[in-house]
Design a protein around this ligand. Structure first.
Ligand code: CP3
Length: 361
């Protein structure tokens, strides 16, 4: 949490995108008996999966086990996960009337995520041997990425339907952004009240947009979401993939930390977001399949490009994929703890005063 605010840290903190998932035997053992949605909707199991992954890997933060698409259900859209094909929305929204019919008054139904966070927070309440507490990260989708699933009905290559709704300029797109934000702020609030120290906003597919379209259709609603989540008293990490050209605009959202994907050298990404933001990233998740000496050189490279500057959170540049050797992930966490210990004391972020509501853990 100190790194989120660019305050001095005694070493670079580390966690991993999708640190609980199918590469991990402990997760697969739980998955044998429960569907993905059952795990998400059962606080005891979601908390157990979250805690097991964070402890097994020796990381500095636990991200709550949930899925990006959970808020679609209380908005009135059914979806399912088809094996090997990812999420499928049963009746994608394609018109102003469809957007008008979406509900925004049932975010309370997502309370199972907050209940899981409460359990994780209770488990990690005791400080570790080094005196620090694990950070607890809540998350939600960004309005563009969630809208893309609602409109396309699943993953997409060209985002034709989503962009058609943006370009139609018939009021459907801005209304959809507003409705999503209403639900996402309420959802984030539940997570913060339950003990989340910070919220990560996933805009995974924002790289499908030109800078012009991002600025015209997505920057304002995303900025509004960031502002309203920060007003809950926590810092925000904003992450997307294939964002090299979008980084300066993404920084304009006011997020405390920008998550960099693995395609851009970290120093170049940091220059693009400017000095007023921390950065998170950005090891290529596929480097985890490399021999250890290659992997070590990549980890050292990411740390070197951050030059020990406060405000770097070590992570991957996208999620861990199935088949990743668990031992390599554990090794990376250990290397970051060892090699990332030379941060000079830096300039504290004056905006830190905004976050007095929650003690830095
Ligand atoms: O990091 C963690 O350990 C927390 C768990 C987490 C999941 N989904 C569980 C999950 C997180 C942070 C997410 C976010 C999420 N979900 C994103 C944004 C992150 C990113 O990777 O960009 C997106 C785009 C989704 C939507 C989603 N959920 C997709 C596209 C898929 C299918 C992926 C595939 O390869 O099949 C999922 C399923 C999913 N969500 C799995 C997990 C562990 C794997 C499927 C399973 O266990 O059955």
């Amino acid at each position: 949490m100190r790194a989120c605010l660019r305050a001095p840290v005694d070493r670079t903190p580390v966690w991993f995108l999708r640190q609980a998932g199918r590469y991990m035997p402990e997760y697969m053992a739980v998955r044998k008996h429960h569907s993905l949605l059952e795990i998400c909707r059962t606080p005891e199991i979601a908390a157990e999966v979250t805690i097991t992954a964070a402890e097994r890997l020796g990381v500095d933060a636990a991200i709550i086990f949930a899925d990006l698409l959970l808020p679609l259900t209380p908005m009135g859209l059914d979806f399912e996960f088809l094996a090997g094909e990812g999420p499928q929305v049963r009746t994608p929204i394609r018109s102003l009337e469809h957007v008008q019919a979406l509900r925004t008054d049932r975010a309370g139904e997502l309370v199972y995520v907050a209940q899981a966070i409460e359990k994780v927070a209770a488990h990690f309440r005791a400080p570790r041997a080094d005196g620090d507490q694990l950070g607890i990260i809540g998350f939600c989708g960004a309005p563009f990425t969630l809208a893309s699933y609602m409109i396309e009905g699943g993953g997409s290559r060209n985002y034709v339907e989503a962009k058609k709704m943006m370009y139609a300029c018939d009021g459907a797109w801005p209304l959809l952004m507003d409705k999503l934000n209403a639900v996402l702020v309420a959802y984030a609030q539940q997570q913060v009240e339950a003990g989340a120290d910070c919220i990560q906003i996933f805009d995974s597919w924002v790289g499908a947009l030109s800078v012009t379209d991002y600025r015209q259709f997505c920057l304002a609603p995303t900025k509004e979401l960031v502002r309203r989540i920060q007003a809950l008293g926590v810092p925000v990490i904003y992450f997307g993939v294939e964002t090299a050209s979008l980084l300066p605009s993404m920084a304009e959202t006011g997020a405390d930390v920008i998550g960099l994907d693995w395609r851009i050298p970290l120093d170049q990404g940091w220059r693009a977001v400017g000095p007023g933001c921390g950065v998170q990233g950005n090891l290529d998740p596929i480097a985890l399949f490399a021999p250890l000496e290659v992997l070590e050189s990549r980890v050292r490279e990411v740390l070197a490009l951050a030059t020990g500057r406060p405000g770097h959170i070590f992570n991957l540049g996208h999620g861990i994929v199935p088949g990743t050797p668990v031992e390599s992930v554990i090794q990376v966490a250990e290397w970051v703890r060892r090699f990332g210990a030379n941060s000079p004391a830096g300039q504290a972020d004056p905006r830190r005063e905004h976050f007095v509501g929650r003690p830095a853990s």
